[in-house]
Each structure stands twice: as C-alpha cells, then as structure tokens.
Design a protein around this ligand. Structure first.
Ligand code: FFO
Ligand code: ATP
Length: 191
C-alpha cells in the first residue's frame, strides 16, 4: 500500500537519525550490558543454529553475545546477500575470515555451509510495543522467514536493538512477520 510505504520511510528516517546520534561509548556499553545481563535469558542451547549479523551503519553490535552463544555450543551463522531479493545464512566458525557481502556487510564465503537458523537475532531500524519490526525496507528478512514458514520451519525471532529504536507504532503490513522477543540495553521483552 503506497500510503503505508511512505509512512514507513518517514518513520525509518526519524528512528535511524536517533540511532545514528548515539555516542560510540554508549553503543559499546549497550552491547556489553546485553551480553553480561540479558544474554542468559535468551536460553540458547548447545547445538542450536543461531543467526546473528555483522553490524552496519549504527546498528547495535551483536558480536559479544554471539561469542557467548558460540562458547556454549551454538552454531553461529551470518546473513549473506545473494541478490536483490534473497539472503541465506552461512556457518561462521571462530576466527574464520569474512568477505564483503554488500551494503557494508561481511559474511563467510561460499565455501562455508549454508545453515537454517533455529533462532534469529534480527537487525532492525525500529520496533513497537507489539513486536512489529521496521527494517531497511528491502524485505529480505520477511521473505526469508516466510519461505521457512512455508517449509514448516518456525525459527524463534528475537529483535536486537537499542531502546531508543522503539516507536509508538510500526505500520503492520500483511507480509511483516512479528518478533517474539526483543533485547535492548534495558532488558528482554516478550510480545
Ligand atoms: N547488519 C545487517 N546485515 C544485514 C541486514 C541488516 O539489516 N543488517 N539485512 C536486512 O535485511 C540484509 C541486508 N539488507 C540491507 C538492505 C538495505 C540496505 C541499505 O543500506 N539500503 C540503502 C538503499 C540502497 C539502494 O539505494 O539501493 C538505504 O536504505 O539507504 C542495507 C542492508 C542482510 N544483512
Ligand atoms: N514474503 C514476502 N514476499 C514477497 N515480497 C515481500 C515479502 N515480504 C516483504 N516483501 C516486499 O519487500 C518490500 C519491503 O518490505 P518492508 O518495507 O516490510 O521491509 P523491511 O521489513 O523494512 O525490510 P527487511 O525485512 O529487509 O529488514 C516490500 O515491497 C514488500 O512487498
């Protein structure tokens, strides 16, 4: 719906400006606070496939949390941009070199196995109190998750963000897949 797309773009610009304004010190502390205080509550089990992301722009850095999960036996994977509509996730082993993958992202090269996440730590521009997520507007995650749902696989979806990215309301379109949880420097919330 064109009116809804316009509204999403306005919200995206406003919330990204807030995220861009956070200081480097605040960002580092937020990423460490989540790892130290809230990562345990996400209850990741050994053997689970967990997708993270390589932070771009002013995104929160999930790497401290991903390292913890890896130490506890989770298999960590990162998104790879395949083309204008599709992403996949490749296994990221400790100390494995990454290659540039578009839009500033880094990911394992094509020799790394493709994995299907059981738990997805989702990057986002904004979120609201009902768990609706606003991305960069490319629809990559919504499309990927809808394909998994069609295959009968329902990963747990966890937003990973700064608390200042909360919006009063994100327009909910039919293709938007809601989050189950969100973790910010202020704690873990369930929807
Ligand atoms: N860290 C991270 N990795 C990720 C995502 C993400 O949101 N964060 N993605 C989540 O989907 C996928 C990449 N999606 C992206 C989509 C758009 C833009 C972007 O910067 N778009 C430009 C417009 C580009 C153009 O003009 O064509 C923009 O919004 O200004 C970046 C990543 C996979 N990897
Ligand atoms: N399951 C889907 N199948 C086909 N097209 C889709 C699907 N999900 C989203 N899209 C398309 O992707 C575009 C962007 O959607 P939207 O604005 O919701 O992206 P976003 O959630 O901000 O981005 P992302 O999922 O990449 O983080 C829209 O044009 C939408 O029609």
């Amino acid at each position: 719906m064109p009116s809804s797309l316009t509204e999403k773009q306005i919200l995206r610009n406003a919330v990204l400006a807030k995220r861009d304004a956070l200081t480097p010190d605040f960002r580092d502390k937020a990423a460490r606070t989540i790892a130290e205080n809230y990562a345990d509550d996400l209850n990741i089990q050994s053997g689970q496939v967990v997708s993270g992301f390589w932070p771009i722009r002013s995104e929160i850095d999930p790497r401290p949390v991903l390292n913890m999960f890896r130490e506890r036996g989770a298999l960590i994977c990162l998104p790879v941009i395949l083309n204008k509509t599709q992403i996949c996730f490749r296994f990221w082993q400790e100390d494995q070199a990454l290659v540039p993958c578009g839009f500033g992202t880094m990911a394992p090269d094509q020799t790394a196995p493709t994995l299907r996440p059981d738990v997805m730590l989702m990057p986002l521009a904004g979120f609201d109190k009902s768990g609706h997520r606003l991305g960069y507007g490319a629809g990559y995650y919504d499309r990927y998750i809808s394909n998994l749902h069609n295959q009968g696989h329902f990963p747990e979806l966890i937003g990973f963000a700064f608390s200042c990215q909360e919006l009063p309301s994100v327009p909910d379109e039919q293709h938007d897949v809601p989050l189950e949880k969100i973790v910010t420097e202020n704690g873990l919330r369930f929807f």
